[in-house]
Design a protein around this ligand. Structure first.
Ligand code: PLP
Length: 393
């Protein structure tokens, strides 16, 4: 492994260096192959080095990478149309898109919209155990007090309620100062937590009653992963603002914040911006990614692979439940050994991660094959047997 001493130590020391990938497979610098059941934390949803996307990026790099937002380019509006098309179908309402570079930036845009939309109301409610990013505002929106501690003082105007507790949400909304609620429909980083049916529609209805925006963070769950284009569709919700990133460029760094037109229109020139947002190179990646997702019916691919993966995982000794939807899954273990299981899996050429002491997250590409699922589950079964055996002895 290369000397990493001049990188800021913001991540745990990695043990593996990857050098190439194709589909569900990654290869390390020793030539060892891995089954990637995490896909860059739900990023490479079409698999590594998907040809339609890589050739679009290469062609665009050879044509025009960047012109700045002082000028128009042809791809930004095309991508905005594509994203708005998906959201118009999902919500029944057309809107506008702000293009940026990451999930945190997409949420930052949502938070700034919330501040602008109704003068006099500025508070944003999020839920405990949520994750919305690492910039100062999105870290504050993230409902994890331990992550806040080292960075005080944080921006004002954020409140937290327990995920799934509609009464607490209504009580906080009733104070009357709330501009927006921001939620993940399935809390991904927080442990793949799925609320009870009716909770999210209750939150949306409470937002409408209180005159607050209902904003959904689809950064991890969106773009086909849960078996629908957006996870909010499961309860037929109609959010005012939707953020997305991870899978949007199949690995090319890009994010987007969509808002219904009347909400989006509270921004004018100078209110928000980003040097790289909406520039041709990233937009070529997004256009190719979305076109391929539409072509292969990515939500449907996720739903059918999910049925096979969930039933195979559920049969394994040591797994007591499988939660989540589509290919955003958390395997709940019968003991708090998720960290050890993920480490052994990596040694055995299977990439998953621990999101809770007893929960393993699996987010394979939406293109994962039945054979790859069978092989991953076989490896996991052996590891669980070994790990649970050794914890019991
Ligand atoms: N929102 C959710 C739900 C996420 O899972 C993440 C990242 O894991 C983010 C926001 C932040 O995205 P990024 O790391 O691209 O800034």
């Amino acid at each position: 492994m290369k000397n990493r001493s001049h990188l800021m130590a913001t991540y745990a020391e990695p043990t593996v260096t990857f050098v190439s990938g194709s589909g569900t497979t990654l290869i390390d610098d020793q030539g060892k192959e891995y089954l990637d059941f995490l896909c860059g934390l739900a990023v490479t949803s079409l698999g590594h080095a998907r040809p339609e996307v890589t050739s679009a990026i290469a062609d665009q790099a050879n044509t025009l990478s960047h012109v700045s937002n002082l000028f128009a380019n042809e791809l930004g509006p095309e991508v905005a149309d594509l994203i708005d098309g998906l959201l118009t179908t999902a919500t029944g309402t057309s809107g506008r898109v702000f293009l940026c570079n990451s999930g945190a930036e997409a949420n930052e845009c949502a938070l700034k919209l919330a501040r602008r939309v109704q003068p006099g109301k500025h508070a944003v409610i999020t839920t405990l155990d949520s994750f919305h990013g690492r910039t100062l505002a999105t870290l504050t929106a993230t409902g994890q007090p331990a992550k806040h501690e080292p960075f005080q003082p944080l921006p004002e105007g954020f409140s937290y309620v327990p995920f799934g507790d509609l009464t607490a949400m209504k009580a906080r909304l009733a104070i009357g100062d709330v501009a927006a609620v921001l939620v993940e429909c399935i809390q991904a980083e927080g442990g793949v937590n799925v609320p009870e049916k009716g909770y999210l529609s209750g939150v949306e209805a409470a937002c409408r009653e209180a005159g607050a925006l209902f904003m959904v963070d689809e950064v991890q769950a969106g773009l086909g992963r849960t078996g629908q284009w957006f996870s909010f569709q499961d309860e037929g919700l109609t959010p005012d603002v939707v953020t997305m990133a991870k899978a949007l460029g199949n690995g090319f760094p890009v994010g987007a914040c969509w808002a219904k037109a009347d909400v989006a229109d509270c921004f004018g020139p100078g209110d928000h911006g980003s040097t790289f947002g909406g520039q041709p190179l990233a937009m070529a990646a997004v256009k190719a990614t979305l076109a391929t997702m539409i072509d292969i019916d990515a939500p449907n691919a996720a739903a059918s692979a999910s049925a096979h993966l969930v039933s195979s995982l559920s049969d394994l000794d040591g797994i007591v439940a499988v939660r989540g939807r589509g290919l955003l899954l958390g395997a709940v273990l019968s003991a708090p050994v998720a960290g050890a299981v993920a480490a052994s899996a990596l040694k055995d050429g299977l990439i998953v991660n621990a999101v809770r002491p007893d929960v393993i997250r699996l987010t394979p590409p939406l293109t994962v094959s039945s054979e790859e699922i069978d092989e991953a589950v076989r490896r996991l079964g052996v590891i669980l047997h070994e790990t649970m055996g050794s914890t019991q002895s």
